[in-house]
Design a protein around this ligand. Structure first.
Ligand SMILES: *Cc1c(COP(=O)(O)O)cnc(C)c1O
Length: 429
């Protein structure tokens, strides 16, 4: 699949990550300096990049009634969440654990929406007690449980139904969610009937319509197709006497990993606002749930080359980061740019960049032309989203540290796990 990406493209996190005097920097901090002090593998985030990504949404929204809820499963480090909370973001959560994180950074519960296909009663209780803005409900069974839980608490639960508009997001099948065969959402043909059931339940208050059609979308067509279908539904709901206050268009805007040219938030939102106006729905409040596009290119993963291994069919650079640190290549066949932090002169060789984990799927990049030697430091680009958030302890490997750079300062925002951390909580018979 790597053939799709003919040449190493320009740095994905530019200008927050860029070369100065042949050394790669995060803002004003040289990355080799961080690796020396903190070790590798190491996740490095740029605060300025987070702010700029937020600003792109903020300025596209302008004065319109839009709540941007950061889809925090992309990167739920508390320092990242705190930054977005400070900037005025809401949060899209998918678990009771994420609710705890959002509340821990002082997020306003009235700006939290609760998504996810399998919410448990305790998670509903916690979210109701906190006073979240909305539950994005994905099935009739979930509606009944939510009504029961709310009734037992003497509360009313605000709900949207997550509708599956059956549009092809033209992205990787594992991150496409808006097709009929996906587990997500309620088929659009059944939506009116399910809204009627929701209306009949005692402790629910219908407030919105929700969708999320997929991730890493690089075209606006699928969004607009979904929008048209949802606006038709909102018309039908109005005729049935069910008033909708907000429309949640989900997340999914893509980023540039290689040579993609994803639309900006403005390029997405301008036509959305146009259609709302054209259909006389300019008053409708919007909710957006961007994850990847707020954080993806605000981070890199630093890793050190341990060994070069020249096998018969391939050359391998065996590095100290692995699929447990960065799962996306193994899971999605995903492309991440890889750069030496100190590029060397000399002949480049084609390498597969692989980790030490005992799986053939343990690769980070394939067939990259690099001039490297053992001991060299590499930066894996676009590692701000779905990277540390998916890390595991497979092979009893401690999870990496995370550091946030701010100008010429840096802050360790998650210390490296120790081996003792990994054994804690286990016992023998
Ligand atoms: C994952 C997810 C998001 C964020 O998606 P991105 O592609 O990272 O923008 C938003 N909403 C829901 C319901 C999700 O599951």
């Amino acid at each position: 699949m790597t053939a799709r990406f003919p040449a190493q493209p320009e740095l994905a996190g530019h200008p927050y990550f860029q070369f100065r005097n042949n050394v790669l920097y995060a803002e004003d901090v040289p990355l080799d300096h961080l690796a020396e002090r903190l070790g590798t593998p190491l996740y490095v985030y740029s605060r300025a990049a987070l702010k700029a990504a937020w600003q792109a949404y903020h300025s596209a929204v302008g004065q319109r009634p839009v709540l941007v809820c950061y889809g925090m499963k992309a990167n739920s480090n508390l320092a990242v969440l705190k930054e977005f909370a400070r900037l005025g973001a809401g949060f899209d959560i998918v678990s009771g654990g994420e609710l705890k994180r959002a509340l821990a950074v002082g997020a306003d519960p009235a700006r939290i929406v609760f998504s996810g296909v399998g919410k448990q009663a305790w998670e509903m209780r916690d979210a109701l007690a906190a006073g979240v803005k909305c539950f994005n409900v994905e099935s009739e069974a979930e509606l009944r449980l939510l009504s029961q839980v709310a009734q037992d608490m003497g509360a009313r639960a605000p709900v949207s139904l997550r509708v599956n508009p059956d549009v092809d997001a033209q992205t990787h099948p594992y991150i496409s969610t808006g097709l009929k065969e996906n587990k997500f959402g309620i088929a659009i043909e059944s939506a009116l009937a399910v809204y009627r059931s929701a209306q009949a339940l005692p402790a629910l208050e219908i407030v919105g319509v929700d969708c999320h059609i997929g991730s890493q979308l690089t075209e606006i067509g699928p969004y607009l197709d979904a929008l048209d279908k949802l606006l038709d539904l909102i018309d039908r709901l109005a005729q049935a006497g069910i008033a909708i206050r907000h429309l949640d268009l989900g997340g999914g805007l893509g980023i540039r990993y290689a040579d993609e040219t994803p639309p900006s938030p403005r390029a997405l939102l301008d036509p959305v606002f146009e259609r709302l106006q054209a259909r006389g729905l300019g008053h409708l409040h919007l909710v957006l749930e961007p994850g990847r596009s707020l954080v993806g290119n605000a981070g890199v993963l630093l890793t050190t080359v341990q060994y070069l291994k020249h096998a018969e069919a391939r050359n391998f650079a065996i590095v100290d980061a692995a699929m447990n640190d960065l799962l996306r290549p193994a899971l999605y066949d995903a492309f991440h740019g890889v750069r030496p932090v100190h590029p060397r002169a000399g002949e480049a060789t084609l390498y597969d960049i692989v980790g030490p984990v005992c799986e053939s799927a343990d690769w980070l990049a394939r067939q990259r032309k690099l001039a490297i030697e053992a001991g060299d430091l590499l930066a894996v680009e676009s590692a701000g989203a779905y990277s540390m958030a998916m890390a595991s302890n497979y092979n009893t490997r401690p999870r990496a540290a995370e550091v946030m750079v701010d100008g010429d300062q840096y802050y360790v925002v998650r210390r490296r796990e120790t081996l003792d951390d990994l054994l804690r909580g286990e016992s023998t018979l």
